[in-house]
Unconditional design. Sequence first.
Length: 149
Amino acid sequence: MPIILVLTFKLNAQQKVYYKQEIGKFKENEQFYLNKKVKDVLRDLKVNFEIAYVGGGWSEETSFITFRFNNRKDEYQLQQKGIKPARLTLFIKERDVETNKLFYSETKRIGFYRDSLKNKSNAQILKDYKNLTVAMIYANSEQPEIKKE
């Protein structure tokens, strides 16, 4: 019985992510977030994204939401220094027709830009996506790129 209590406490005590350098924790804790809702990830993400874009929406492709935490200029400067910019991608489990409509556009990439939505929280901006289920996570903290030899 004490083991169950310890495991339950551990599962309910996920760390909040307050800095771009910690975004990779979402990949480390991927098992905790699998089959949970997007709003659960957003609840623990205390860093505002600069750009969120969605893609997929085809029956053959898994839909996703990608968060970038730097503006284009800062991201370019990080890349010039050999640093991978912080990113978080949530792959979505649902593939029904109504869900696919949220992700697919024939004409342009669907994006949400912080500069035009300054006074809104991540959850407010992505309200149409918050109840979708997380199937997989890709996350990268700002870190030096590893050169392959």
